[in-house]
Design a protein around this ligand. Structure first.
Ligand code: NIG
Ligand code: FE
Length: 379
């Protein structure tokens, strides 16, 4: 049994019901789980001690949406967008070509680099999607590589329809032989339900095929315009519907009623110049909100949850603690996990230490590397 005491914590965020945020605290992680929380003055002895010296301790961030298995980048496309060219889903095909041409080792190196980048910025749980292979072999190897770095792997064969095939043929492939090859490597299935990608009927076919193969359901929806994906996610009881940039009142009402988590991805709006999603409207309606990076080379090449928190506070109507909650407990809800995203007794010992006197500084000091230590007991 090995134990670590974090002591002299200026502010500790546990999301405990009675005392979600406490001061002058200490916390013990023993055998990878939170074993004791209390006042620093009462801290028990432990094998090792980490003196936080008045800094802040928060649950490790849970990044519930990323696309890390890819090759190349699209910096030129970003540059053109900043000069006024609109984002188009078709850019995905550029990354598909580069990804197909890459070796397994090259793809693995990129995933390792980005997961390490996330870790340095406080992320301890990350979901990773396929979606830049779009052949049976390339989707299966993307998921196998993702699975070396996380247990939260998502099969996104239905990202766009690749060149050289019809939508009907491609949906048959995604729900047939590709699903057979990918399901053993995946926990989740996802579909990009959007104009230029997949419509409601095709998305329903993809999601139900995945569900029948034992996968949990997630959806990309309403990123570029109003669309049917949010209502579809609710109809099917998906765990999460992500983007939610363009929502009707009916979408918001349905989300509040069905319990599907709305994943907001402000890195996308930052780098596509679409309006930020209205997180305040969702929270006020009673919707569970997650905040995630959507790290990918096209629409959001950030791996930084602190950046997402800062934007959510500045431009999406959340308080600093609501934004932090969305990036921890919200991410956990999106992944249907109750062992991460909080630091109540028994939680996994996934902890992010900030060189700052409170979690407010995550938004108050944007762009500053405040994470001094990330302790990850999970993948
Ligand atoms: O989540 N929206 C669809 N997929 C990604 C974008 C991928 C890309 O542009 O390469 C997203 O934003
Ligand atoms: Fe995405």
């Amino acid at each position: 049994m090995s134990s670590l005491l974090l002591t002299r914590i200026g502010e500790l965020v546990t999301w405990d019901d009675e005392q979600p945020v406490r001061t002058d605290a200490a916390l013990v992680i023993a055998d990878g789980v939170v074993a004791w929380v209390g006042d620093a003055a009462d801290a028990p002895a432990a094998d090792d001690v980490l003196d936080v010296a008045g800094g802040t301790v928060v649950p490790g961030f849970v990044d519930s949406h990323s696309h890390l298995v890819f090759a190349g980048d699209r910096a030129a496309e970003f540059e053109a967008r900043m000069a006024g060219r609109p984002y188009a889903a078709g850019g995905i095909r550029t990354t598909v070509a580069a990804t197909r041409a890459a070796t397994d080792e090259e793809l693995d190196t990129t995933v390792r680099r980005l997961v390490a980048e996330m870790r340095r910025q406080g992320t301890t749980t990350v979901e990773i999607k396929s979606g830049y292979g779009l052949t049976v072999a390339d989707e299966a190897r993307s998921l196998a590589i993702a699975g070396r770095h996380t247990s939260e792997t998502t099969y996104l064969g239905a990202h766009v329809v690749p060149d050289g095939t019809t939508p009907e043929e491609y949906v048959a492939l995604v729900t047939g032989p590709m699903l057979d090859a990918c399901a053993p490597h995946a926990r989740w299935i996802d579909v990009f339900c959007e104009e230029g990608a997949f419509g409601a009927d095709a998305a329903r076919a993809v999601l139900t095929a995945g569900r029948d193969a034992g996968l949990g359901m997630r959806v990309h929806a309403s990123q570029l315009t109003y669309g049917p994906g949010v209502l579809l996610a609710c109809e099917l009881g998906a765990a999460a519907v992500d983007h939610c940039t363009y929502l009707t009142d009916a979408d918001v009402d349905a989300l509040a009623a069905c319990g599907t988590v709305a994943g907001l991805l402000p890195g996308v709006e930052f780098s596509t110049r679409h309006p930020y999603p209205d997180a305040r409207r969702l929270l006020d309606a009673g919707v569970t909100v997650a905040l995630a990076s959507d790290c990918n080379p096209g629409s959001s090449y950030t791996s930084s949850i602190p950046f997402c928190i800062a934007v959510a506070v500045r431009d999406m109507g959340l308080t600093p603690y609501e934004a932090l909650r969305a990036a921890t407990l919200g991410g956990a809800a999106s992944l249907r996990r109750d062992d991460v995203g909080h630091l109540r007794l028994g939680a996994r010992g996934d902890v992010t230490v900030l060189d700052a006197p409170s979690a407010v500084h995550l938004a108050y000091r944007p762009g500053v590397p405040l994470v001094s230590r990330t302790i990850a007991s999970s993948d």
